[in-house]
Design a protein around this ligand. Structure first.
Ligand code: URP
Ligand code: ZN
Ligand code: ZN
Length: 466
């Protein structure tokens, strides 16, 4: 007898949603078909009236982030447990190179924190901050180790993360040569640092000045530069956390030309605006790039619907309101980043599918399939298919929930989405065939998640794969 059968759910495939059943054994999907022909399972779940989606992939999280004097309020066990409650079954975090150390050292340190702790599978994007000859020598090794995607920061100069354009060009060259993908945090540091210093000189310290000193042009210029350099080398490019309408337009043009350029946005840019920085809790909403205007939100939603924007991540950072107070006297001292990755799927369902901005199949693409394809996890992850990992979320489209901090799994004292009521919520999360959440009960196990070795498809280096 096989281990698990999910019966009669509305199974979400890339271009169809079909009422059917799924058989699971030894962590894999072994059959898909009508319940009458399904083999008997040791356990059977009735998913009638529910959507059955591929487990979500969040390719942009910062677990236990240490930044600007704060240490995020989570660890790999808590973060992976919380995000899987919200339907995520794979996360990709970062391994940020320390100055005078090698990227591989950062990978080893990060793996020591995650291995044996995660309840779902995970991977890492190496982040290059110090391009010594020894670092250049490690690109091939990192890619061969299954870490083919990188994140570089064009900002955070005083925090020691920023790289210059020379480094960027070399990294594009090296990754392309060995079959990797460069992703960027694209903002113009020189303009931002100038505007910040000017604002502080004039005594402007409130949270809203965070956005005023990082206006859209600072992101637009950097995105444009990144695209220009990638095109110059005929290299693929992934833009982490795109927030502006001008950026959406740039990606639309590039993709029309068949260029392998991928834009990601995040949940908060789709439901929060610059107005949130003006309230009494404005400092909590400080993140980079900053929250934008409604017109940017509209452009992002349109880009998600028409295929211009490929992925929605969380950019999760569990900085509490207490930690954010480090900058209560001055916006530039606030640890940046927002929590709430456990609400990504329900928010996107309520705001996207219910409001008819996207359909359920597109929701599944932007939260799962596309990240799997771009980052080299497909078809192991990102699709409900025979042979794929049985990473599945059963989603009740009628379950209502109001987001509060009360049942936060890692004692968050605020969420950007607090007070928001969503209709549609995950009820069961399955990771590699094992039920890890069922109706709010955690059944997963610390250490059941594994480090994933990824290989990026060679097609992705030439044409858009999503
Ligand atoms: O404000 C943000 N996004 N914090 C996390 C670090 C980053 O830049 O992604
Ligand atoms: Zn970033
Ligand atoms: Zn980030």
């Amino acid at each position: 007898m096989i281990e698990l059968v999910i019966k009669n759910g509305k199974v979400v495939f890339p271009s169809d949603t079909i009422e059917t059943s799924i058989a699971i054994d030894q962590g894999k999907i072994v059959a898909i078909g009508s319940s009458s022909i399904m083999p008997r399972g040791v356990k059977s779940l009735d998913a009638e009236g529910k959507f059955v989606l591929p487990g979500c992939i969040d390719p942009h999280v910062h677990v236990r982030d240490v930044f600007m004097g704060a240490t995020a309020n989570d660890d790999f066990f808590l973060a992976s447990k919380a995000t899987s409650l919200g339907g995520t079954t794979t996360i990709i975090d970062f391994a940020i190179q320390k100055k005078a150390c090698l990227p591989i050292d950062a990978v080893q340190e990060r793996r020591a924190e995650a291995d044996g702790e995660v309840v779902i599978d995970y991977s890492l994007h190496p982040s290059i901050t110090d391009l010594t000859p020894e670092t250049i020598d490690q690109f091939k090794e990192l890619i061969d180790l299954g870490l083919p995607s990188f994140k570089l920061f064009l900002v955070y100069r005083k925090d020691g993360l920023m790289v210059d354009d020379g480094t960027l060009l070399k990294v594009f060259e090296e990754t392309k040569a060995h079959g990797g993908l460069v992703g960027l945090h694209a903002e113009n540091v020189a303009i931002i640092d100038y505007l910040r210093d000017e604002a502080l000189r004039k005594g402007h310290r409130k949270a809203i000045y965070h956005a005023y000193t990082r206006p859209p042009i600072t992101e637009a210029e950097a995105v444009n530069r990144a695209i220009f350099l990638a095109n110059h080398l005929n290299a693929p490019y992934y833009n982490f956390h795109l927030t502006i309408k001008e950026g959406v337009e740039m990606f639309r043009e590039e993709r029309k030309r068949g260029r392998p350029m991928y834009a990601e946005t995040c949940t908060h840019y789709l439901v929060k605006t610059i107005e949130d920085l003006k309230g009494s809790k404005g400092i909590n909403f400080i993140c980079n790039p900053p929250l934008r205007q409604e017109e940017d939100q509209k452009a992002l939603w349109k880009g998600l619907a028409d295929g211009t924007v490929s992925v929605v991540s969380s950019d999760q950072v569990a900085f509490t309101a207490e930690m954010k107070k480090l900058g209560e006297d001055s916006f530039d001292m606030v640890p940046n980043g927002v929590p709430g990755h456990e609400f990504r799927l329900p928010i996107l369902f309520s705001e996207g599918v219910r409001k008819k901005r996207i359909n359920i199949n597109r929701l599944s693409e932007i939260t799962s399939t596309n990240a799997a394809k771009i980052f080299g996890l497909y078809p192991k992850k990102g699709i409900i298919n025979v042979g794929s990992d049985a990473d599945i979320v059963i989603f009740d489209p009628n379950l209502k929930k109001t987001i509060t901090t009360e049942d936060s799994l890692y004692s968050m004292d605020w969420y950007p989405y607090e007070g928001m009521t969503v209709k549609g919520y995950p009820v069961i999360t399955i990771s590699k065939g094992k039920i890890i959440w069922e109706n709010g009960e955690f059944q997963g196990k610390k250490g059941d998640g594994e480090f994933l070795r990824r290989t990026i498809s060679q097609d992705l280096l030439r044409t858009p794969v999503v």
